[in-house]
Design a protein around this ligand. Structure first.
Ligand code: SAH
Length: 361
């Protein structure tokens, strides 16, 4: 297999400094490089105009400054959701989404190609895990989404702030090394300098992952995807994270919330006839009252097999009412971009099928 050059955007400030030192260059060059990477978000060697050509060539011999290429961009006519499919240097593809929200747009980014968690309702799960993404590949999604937004602002979103959620393809805590590195570059004072408040990790809650997160609470927000309201349901719907008992996952997530002083979100996908039952709402309510939690209800975004459907809107509201009546903060999240297959992994899946068809011809 072809070995890829490391990505410059994967490097933390100290590593950039070491790289410049090893090249026998004065220290101010490291500051210039950091400016190009973390402030100007350069994806092209030619943009580095104040870096001598000899140094650029030397760096380019062992490093790449970009690892993504846009393959497809779709804009939802319903709500302005923008969906991107990027090709990585090894030919794999990942998805990212810009979701218009009331305050700031949200960037939904991927942490892995595929995913090993095998959740039944998720399109990404269908192909299993292909590989982890590098920090630079995760960051470049943010860079390219930000550039897209600057190029064409969303109506009603005058400022240039955005939130970042790890709710695209992959299980971020299964790729903790690179996700942690990404967050440290994004929120580091010598990195991008973004507020930790603007970053949110969403996890299906495998125990090892939650324990790693707790060992090093970075201050970013946390969402725990429940999948089931008791262990039996959870194991059926989320076979891999379901190995961690629900009570343990919820307890660890609550501990994290207390450690960073932020309420943790419990995410619940509503599937008609399967996960929209009143007794499930009661059980989720009990879990949510056990710690610093609120609940997000996400109506199922149907996959191409058309098997599982979202409940009627009324039914979603009834489910929400059971929670709010029991004293739990609960919200129904209308999922955006239905017309462009914006749910986790759907665009990549559709594309793979098209390419297979093409190949068969
Ligand atoms: N692995 C992480 C992040 C990716 S999934 C996690 O599990 O949280 C992000 C969110 O999308 C999760 O809450 C997941 O339950 C939800 N999700 C996945 N597929 C969905 C679908 N088809 N419809 C609605 N929500 C979905």
């Amino acid at each position: 297999m072809e070995i890829l050059n490391p990505l410059l955007h994967s490097m933390v400030p100290d590593e950039i400094a070491a790289l410049i030192r090893d090249a026998g260059q004065p220290r101010f060059r490291a500051d210039q490089m950091r400016d190009w990477l973390y402030r100007q978000h350069a994806l092209d060697w030619d943009r580095l105009t104040n870096i001598p050509a000899t140094l650029r060539e030397r760096l380019a011999a062992g490093h790449d400054i970009s690892g993504l290429e846009l393959v497809e961009r779709q804009v939802s006519r319903d709500d302005g959701t923008r969906k991107f499919l990027f090709r990585l240097r090894d030919g794999n593809t990942v998805e990212s989404v810009i979701i218009p929200m009331t305050e700031h747009p949200t960037f939904c980014i991927s942490s892995q190609v595929g995913c090993a968690m095998a959740c039944r309702f998720c399109a990404t799960a269908r192909g299993g895990l292909v590989r982890h993404l590098d920090a630079g590949e995760i960051l470049e999604q943010v860079i390219r989404l930000r550039a897209d937004l600057l190029n064409e602002s969303l109506e009603g979103h005058g400022d240039r702030q955005f939130n970042i959620v790890f709710m695209g393809m992959g299980e971020p805590l299964d790729n903790w090394e690179q996700v942690r590195r990404t967050i440290s570059i994004l929120t580091g004072e010598n990195g991008w300098g973004l507020s930790r408040r603007r970053v949110q990790i969403s996890t299906s809650g495998p125990r090892e992952g939650l324990e790693k997160l707790l060992a090093e609470p970075l201050g970013v927000g946390l969402t725990l995807s429940l999948g089931g309201s008791n262990d039996e349901e959870r194991r059926k719907i989320m076979p891999v994270p379901g190995r961690t008992p629900l009570a343990d996952a919820v307890r660890l997530a609550g501990q994290y919330g207390r450690a960073v002083g932020r309420r943790v979100t419990l995410a619940w996908v509503l599937i008609e006839g399967k996960t929209d039952l009143p007794e499930q709402a009661e059980r989720i309510g009990a879990l949510a009252r056990s710690g610093p939690f609120k609940v997000n209800l996400i109506p199922m975004n149907p996959l191409d097999d058309g098997k599982d459907l979202p409940p009627a809107w009324e039914r979603c509201l009834e489910f929400q009412n059971i929670l709010t009546d029991s004293g739990v903060m609960a919200f129904v999240r209308a999922s955006g971009g239905k017309d462009i297959a914006a749910a986790c992994g759907q665009l990549r899946r559709r594309r793979q099928r098209l390419e297979k068809k093409d190949g068969a011809r």
